[in-house]
Write a protein that binds this ligand. Structure first.
Ligand SMILES: Cc1ncc(COP(=O)(O)O)c(C=O)c1O
Length: 289
């Protein structure tokens, strides 16, 4: 019999899919590493599992314990899958910018979800940063994940995502373009690829207003959220990536596309590129619901 022992074993080894239409006039091959093939539908499954497993190894989380995290949803999904399999309780602290559907799915997966206001500074006691910390402090036998500062986040991508990409491209990758949230993916994959070939370019794309800046990357672009949707919508319609289409339909096409044309300019000069912007979609599209 060929089977997985549990859902967590299906995390990773996501497909690399050639984008045939969007880049057809370009003198290079462009591939999407479609992270929505993960069981929790995003790249975050990888780090969620790794953070929990490392916390188990170092004794930070004990059997029957409670996991607490501030999350807009995707890390929460990964944590929820692992919590079910491993028997932990999960408390997700989120904010009122997130769609009801996203939070409902987390609740359906057994998580307790607490919603905090977005229009307060991070150090306000009502902010979701402060609330998640406080809950972790006050809940017995609990562990605060803290994905932004947790080194296992980056490690998951250094140990898994990076080697997958290197193997799938047979070392031919020249550019890695990636959406940035915590910076775990860009740091882990970037470090791995640079160790293999220091001339591989690492490009991060972030939304306006974010402060992420990572040393490893060679180029950092900003994109507005709607711009990210447009890119996703194009991928969905023109490359038949249906799982992207379902979250990208509510796009206003009248949007800033500066960064995309910038990337296109750069693309014309290169031979190959990898994009994983589809992973970014889950995070942003649903805010428009
Ligand atoms: C679906 C999705 N893709 C990509 C990212 C960004 O990844 P990272 O946090 O590793 O920078 C996030 C989170 O911010 C996400 O939820």
């Amino acid at each position: 019999m060929k089977y997985y022992n549990n859902i967590l074993e299906t995390i990773g080894n996501t497909p690399l899919i050639k984008l045939n239409n969007i880049f057809k006039d370009f003198p290079c091959e462009v591939f999407a590493k479609v992270e929505s093939f993960n069981p929790g539908n995003s790249v975050k499954d990888r780090m969620a599992l790794k953070m929990i497993e490392d916390a188990e190894k170092s004794g930070l989380i004990k059997p029957g314990g409670t996991i607490v995290e501030g999350t807009s949803g995707n890390t929460g999904m990964g944590l929820a899958l692992a919590s079910i399999v491993k028997g932990y309780k999960l408390i997700c602290v989120s904010n009122d910018k997130q769609s009801k559907e996203k939070l409902d799915v987390l609740r359906a997966m057994g998580a307790e979800v607490i919603v905090c206001p977005t229009d307060v500074p991070a150090d306000d006691p009502k902010s979701y940063y402060s609330v998640s910390r406080k809950i972790a402090e006050e809940t017995p036998n609990s562990w605060y994940v803290n994905q932004y500062d947790n080194p296992s986040n980056t490690k998951a991508h250094y140990e898994n995502t990076g080697p997958e990409i290197w193997g799938q491209t047979e070392g031919k990758i020249t550019h890695f373009v990636v959406g940035v949230g915590t910076g775990g993916t860009i740091s882990g994959v970037g470090r791995f690829l640079k160790e293999k070939n220091k001339s591989v370019k690492i490009w991060g794309i972030d939304t306006y207003g974010s402060e992420a800046r990572i040393q490893l990357n060679d180029k950092f672009g900003t994109i507005d959220e709607v711009g990210a949707f447009v890119l996703a919508e194009r991928a969905a319609k023109r490359e038949e990536l249906q799982n992207v289409l379902t979250t990208a339909l509510k796009v206003d096409s009248d949007t800033k596309m500066g960064i995309i044309s910038d990337i296109k300019q750069e693309l014309r000069k290169v031979n190959a590129l990898k994009i994983n912007y589809t992973t970014r979609v889950g995070d942003y599209t649903q805010n428009f619901n």
